[in-house]
Design a binder for this molecule. Structure first.
Ligand SMILES: Cc1cc2nc3c(=O)[nH]c(=O)nc-3n(C[C@H](O)[C@H](O)[C@H](O)COP(=O)(O)OP(=O)(O)OC[C@H]3O[C@@H](n4cnc5c(N)ncnc54)[C@H](O)[C@@H]3O)c2cc1C
Length: 683
């Protein structure tokens, strides 16, 4: 550790071989694997070479998010149903825009990483013979999913952290990322380290690394309506600025989630078949708003049930009264300023208890026997035939009730407010099959890596985070080596950036500057309105222009931070402003390509397909219409890159998909490649 005075600030330098940003399931796993690989090389002091840097150890999606039984999607472990990495990769790539080689690597790494988690103590359930039992999840044709309960990813992070402790690896907590230090240019460019502001004492730290692993998760706080945990911002804006290339950023997932306590309401919450109702903004004037849109109780209740494992909003499941119509109707209701709730004390209610005159008068009383076969048979098989939703939920999944209790919500006595929320970004930053980014020695793993396509099987995010971290750690130790960072030749470049940061912080205390909290609010409102699950060309274009204007305003005026806490908020507001431009640029470019509705977003178009005769466009008074997917784009990925000279501050390009390698070598030549390190030659 060294210190240096830059401007009027003391800056502390830390030097490692690999600096990992983020302490979620992905970051913890990569750190542990680095120690394991280093140990295999005879290195006994991994603790001096590897460090984790994070905003707050207990935050992030892994440690704070989940659902009724948070899913981990892995290769099938059934004793009688065969599965393979190729079949697994096919499921990952099925909806397009997903590289075949990284999907295959996620398949091949899947079981190794799953058993690694079992080994570190994640309580995945198995039967008396040791079989890890699977179940079906969204976009999953097999039963590859497993779960350690509502808090799977929390358990993963904690169990991995416990093992990491044995290696005595330092976790630098409460470090807000302010900048990624770059040295060199074009092919020789490197990210040399990360600059942070200590959230406690506001001191500036520099963590230099010969390798940098970015595992800072998704940009959850980019949206107003979000189920990402509070304070999960990510570092996308900083990464764009450093020159990392974004891929598939348009492909975020949206779906129904509770908003008082941010939690995903998929799986048994929906399969228990609660009543959905709405109220006015003050919580009065209860209404069975769903009944207006379905012809029968059976259809309506079956669709509520299907939301369990058809969780993400999917524009291809709207027409002909499919389950994503529920998301549309919920959103429609909230757009009217009403609030929507799940009520576990009552079954869905038909017209007899509804206000007179609305919807279908032929709707029967709720009955499990009248559900469509898929729902009825599931509940019969699960023995979930109790009279009320809360009894059925308690029968199927008590921990799902307890998690709300832990957060002060008693599902036995109060309804649960929900909305269509941003939950996950399938896109992120472009990586190769070793999860190395377009800048050598910088790796991107977990939700920050853009390895998923337009759709992904539920639970595959956690698998990808583990498989990617393993690959990155293996490559770092075997190819880049374990030496500490040495940027003595680039000290002047580093000092210049640090001095810019120190003077930049003064810009954050300009009385005539912008209010950082208001800036964040503006960004979130815009992203939910124009970059969320419903998109439209003119609106997105206008949002992009407004986002650029805001960023330029920030650059010109700075912020009016009054105290050191505000300065942290100002840092966040500046990089989130750039993040929002990157995301909106991607949205606009994809719309320009004529993409249509795909993944988890709907594109409105006057000459498109009618959503439902009763879902009305407020502006025209006519039914809303959407444009179907342009499937010809499935074989490409839209990438964007920060470019200060572009009018939109970003340039975009479309890249072809990389196929999965099909070459299968015989054992002896493959062994030779392995011994000679040739396996790392092609990425
Ligand atoms: C409600 C919900 C339910 C989900 N359910 C599932 C599921 O069932 N199955 C599945 O596969 N996936 C699910 N996901 C997605 C999955 O949980 C995440 O993609 C995954 O946990 C991300 O892990 P990560 O390690 O990449 O990032 P995270 O766990 O988000 O960790 C990010 C880390 O980076 C740090 N960090 C962030 N920003 C900064 C900053 N500016 N400065 C410094 N540090 C920073 C954070 O403090 C944290 O330590 C769900 C997500 C949500 C929100």
């Amino acid at each position: 550790m060294e210190t240096k005075n830059i401007g009027n600030q003391t800056v502390t330098f830390h030097r490692y071989n690999t600096v990992i940003v983020g302490a979620g399931a992905a970051g913890m796993n990569c750190a542990l694997h680095l120690c394991e690989f280093m140990e295999q090389k005879g290195i006994t002091d991994a603790k001096n070479r590897v460090a984790v840097v994070t905003a707050v150890l207990g935050l992030g999606a892994s440690r704070m998010s989940g659902s009724d039984k948070q899913t981990y999607y892995k290769i099938g472990t059934s004793p009688d149903v065969p599965d393979s990495a190729e079949e697994f990769a096919k499921s990952l790539t099925a909806a397009g825009c997903c590289h075949g080689d990284s999907a295959l690597a996620e398949g091949i790494g899947s079981l190794r990483e799953f058993y690694h988690l079992v080994q570190v103590g994640v309580p995945f359930p198995h039967d008396p013979m040791g079989t890890y039992i699977g179940y079906k999840t969204d976009h999953d044709p097999y039963e590859r999913a497993t779960s350690a309960g509502p808090k799977t990813s929390k358990f993963m992070s904690e169990c991995l952290q416990k093992q990491l402790k044995k290696h005595d690896v330092k976790i630098h907590d409460r470090q807000e990322l302010a900048h990624l230090l770059t040295v060199g240019s074009s092919q020789g460019k490197r990210i040399a380290g990360v600059v942070t502001l200590n959230k406690k004492n506001k001191s500036i730290n520099v963590f230099l690394g010969a390798n940098i692993v970015l595992a800072a998760g998704g940009p959850g706080e980019l949206y107003k309506t979000t189920v990402y945990p509070k304070a999960q911002l990510g570092i996308h804006g900083l990464a764009f600025k450093a020159g990392l290339i974004g891929a598939n950023l348009t492909e975020s997932q949206f779906g129904l989630a509770s908003i008082k306590f941010r939690w995903n309401v998929s799986g048994t919450y929906m399969q228990a078949l609660p009543r959905l109702f709405s109220t006015n903004a003050k919580g009065k004037d209860e209404k069975e708003f769903l009944t207006d849109f379905f012809p029968s109780m059976s259809k309506m209740a079956t669709n509520i049930f299907l939301k369990g494992y058809q969780w993400p909003f999917d524009p291809q499941k709207i027409e002909h009264l499919q389950s994503s119509l529920v998301d549309i109707i919920v959103f429609n209701e909230t757009q009217k300023g009403r609030r929507v709730y799940m009520d576990f004390l009552h079954n869905p209610i038909g017209p007899c208890q509804r206000q007179a005159g609305a919807g279908s008068d032929s709707m029967d009383e709720f009955s499990i026997d009248a559900l469509e076969p898929e729902a009825r048979e599931y509940l019969q098989k699960a023995g979930a035939l109790q009279k009320t939703p809360i009894e059925r939920l308690a029968h199927m999944n008590t921990p799902a009730i307890e998690i709300y209790k832990e957060h002060g919500i008693d599902l036995y006595s109060e309804p649960l407010e929900i909305a269509v929320c941003a939950q996950h970004n399938n896109g992120g930053f472009a990586v190769n099959t070793w999860w190395e980014s377009n800048i050598q020695h910088t790796f991107i793993i977990g939700e920050m890596a853009g390895t998923h396509g337009v759709k992904r099987p539920g639970g595959s995010a956690l698998n990808a985070g583990q498989a990617g971290g393993l690959r990155a750690a293996e490559y770092i130790v075997n190819v880049h080596g374990c030496e500490l960072a040495d940027y003595s030749d680039s000290q002047s470049e580093i000092d210049k950036q640090l001095s810019d940061i120190v003077t930049g912080l003064e810009r954050y205390q300009n009385p005539a500057g912008l209010n950082p909290k208001k800036v964040l609010e503006e960004i979130r409102n815009r992203m939910t309105a124009s970059g969320g699950h419903i998109r439209e060309m003119n609106d997105a274009q206008k949002a992009l222009e407004d986002a650029i204007k805001l960023y330029k305003d920030i650059k010109e005026k700075g912020f009016n931070s009054k105290n050191s806490k505000d300065i942290i908020t100002a840092i966040q507001a500046e990089h989130m402003a750039l993040t929002s431009i990157g995301y909106l640029k991607a949205v606009v470019e994809l719309l320009k390509q004529g993409s249509g509705s795909r993944g988890s977003h709907l594109v409105l178009s006057e000459d498109g397909i009618e959503i439902h005769p009763d879902v009305i466009d407020k502006a025209t008074g006519k039914p809303l219409k959407f444009k179907p997917e342009n499937q010809s784009l499935r074989s490409t990925i839209l990438q964007i890159e920060y470019d200060e000279s572009s009018p939109d501050l970003f340039k975009s390009e479309t890249v072809e998909l990389r196929p999965a390698p099909t070459e299968r070598k015989a054992f002896e030549p493959a062994w030779q490649d392995y011994r000679e390190g040739k396996i790392y030659g092609s990425a």
